[in-house]
Design a protein around this ligand. Structure first.
Ligand SMILES: [Zn+2]
Length: 205
């Protein structure tokens, strides 16, 4: 069987979670996550986006909420990003779904929001997808109870992703292909196996 792909914009296999974002086209697929991506959030469609998410999250093949998060280098107004992200968290909490997080230069901010939820926040897994930062950042997120998901960056020897995966305890990480249709999930698992020996992805999704 194909190994589990936590987050993909191409794969529609049974063992993959296709990422649906409000306002973007998506194929019908077996499993998906649904989120309000900070890139595509806008003030005039926010109510429609909230309605859409509500419809998506109750569908039988919805595996999680996301991608959702905060992005300091995109042009979307910050307070709007924060509103959309907080809404996604509330939906994930209400439906007990894993949260798949898009985070660009906003790790402290996301963790601060997680902290507001206290121990209640740990009822759902908070998964930082596309992780390619140094082990110090990985350590900070792992200590806060979060999960990390790694993709094609693992194929680059010595990349921050490769260094960070090496310090992840078993079960606290996932693997993904994201937007790379030139990289197979098998290749990402092979790269992870070369780093870890035995690959043991999380079982929370
Ligand atoms: Zn993505």
């Amino acid at each position: 069987m194909t190994p589990f792909d936590l987050h993909t914009h191409h794969g529609t296999g049974e063992n993959a979670v296709f990422s649906r974002s409000f306002g973007r086209p998506y194929p019908e697929s077996v499993r998906f996550s649904a989120g309000l991506h900070p890139w595509y959030v806008s003030a005039d469609t926010l109510d429609a986006a909230f309605d859409w998410l509500q419809e998506q999250v109750v569908l039988p093949h919805c595996a999680g909420v996301g991608e959702a998060g905060l992005d300091k280098i995109c042009t979307t107004d910050w307070s709007l990003q924060e509103r959309a992200f907080r809404h996604c968290i509330e939906v994930a909490m209400a439906h007990q779904k894993p949260l798949i997080i898009h985070c660009v230069r906003a790790y402290e901010e996301v963790l601060a929001i997680k902290k507001e939820w206290g121990t209640q926040g740990d009822v759902i897994p908070w998964i930082f997808h596309g992780f390619n930062k140094k082990p110090a950042v990985a350590q900070m997120l792992l200590r806060a109870g979060a999960y990390l998901s790694f993709g094609a960056a693992l194929l680059v020897p010595g990349s921050p992703a490769a260094q960070s995966l090496a310090i992840c305890p078993p079960g606290r990480y996932f693997l993904e292909t994201d937007d790379r249709n030139d990289v197979s999930i098998a290749a990402v698992y092979a790269a992870a196996a070369a780093i870890l020996g035995e690959v043991q992805v999380g079982k929370v999704i």
